[in-house]
Ligand binder design. Structure first.
Ligand SMILES: [Zn+2]
Length: 238
């Protein structure tokens, strides 16, 4: 006999940061929480991202393709879902920079803000050539072995991120969409940038919006006051 289904309707509403559209959502349930816990235990980046995407897809109205949402949209939506599921308060471990004491600091997920501009900018390369940029999605990351297999923001990752974030090249009379170009062709273009031009695109990557929260605490051991900026999903849940 089919048992009744519990808690499957969406009862909350949020605004998607990049588009400001309303999105209905519900808290995550044991089935999603189980997948999240298993993923965190595995400490495998790809598995964690997939569990988060799966949770966001399950808990929001299904008109949305989560693979197309930018990373900060997913981070924001996931934080909202999580705070309605297991509470707004999260305990973060903060190592005191003065005495190295491990402090438990409680933060409020409802205080999380987004840094940066949710509309991607256009980067001017020369007088007549500009790059139209786009923000990456987690799907883009999981499809890229080089990004997934390194946790440092090294030169190679920067290069891969840059290629992922390039949408099209604008010249005086042309709009060249890069999704129709081969990766080799795009790499040749990036390799032909001067370091000054590269720095401008690099700045775009560094300014990709992130969820953030300014945490203030007094160390329980040495009594010193500290401020620490939490940034990105891994700073909040790990
Ligand atoms: Zn201390």
């Amino acid at each position: 006999m089919a048992l009744p289904r519990l808690n499957e309707s969406s009862q909350y509403i949020l605004n998607i940061p990049s588009t400001n559209e309303e999105l209905k959502y519900r808290p995550f349930l044991i089935k999603e929480q189980k997948l999240l816990l298993i993923a965190y235990e595995s400490q495998d980046q790809k598995q964690i991202i997939n569990a988060i995407l799966n949770c966001v897809a399950n808990c929001t109205d299904n008109a949305y393709d989560v693979n197309k949402l930018s990373t900060f949209d997913v981070d924001y939506i996931f934080t909202k879902i999580r705070s309605k599921s297991v509470g707004e308060k999260v305990t973060i471990n903060a190592k005191c920079p003065s005495c190295s004491h491990d402090n438990d600091v409680e933060i409020d997920l409802d205080q999380i803000k987004l840094t940066g501009d949710v509309k991607p900018s256009t980067v001017k390369i020369t007088e007549d050539i500009s790059l139209k940029m786009k923000y990456p999605s987690y799907y883009d990351f999981t499809m890229n072995e080089k990004i997934m297999n390194t946790d440092r923001m090294g030169t190679e990752i920067l290069f891969e991120m840059l290629i992922t974030c390039m949408d099209s090249i604008l010249t005086e009379d042309e709009h060249i969409s890069l999704k129709d170009e081969s990766k080799e062709e795009i790499e040749t273009f990036v390799n032909s940038l001067t370091s000054e031009q590269f720095a401008k695109v690099r700045e775009f990557i560094e300014k990709i919006p992130k969820i953030t929260l300014n945490m203030e605490y007094t160390c329980l051991d040495c009594n010193k006051k500290h401020k620490h900026n939490l940034e990105g999903l891994q700073d909040f849940f790990s």
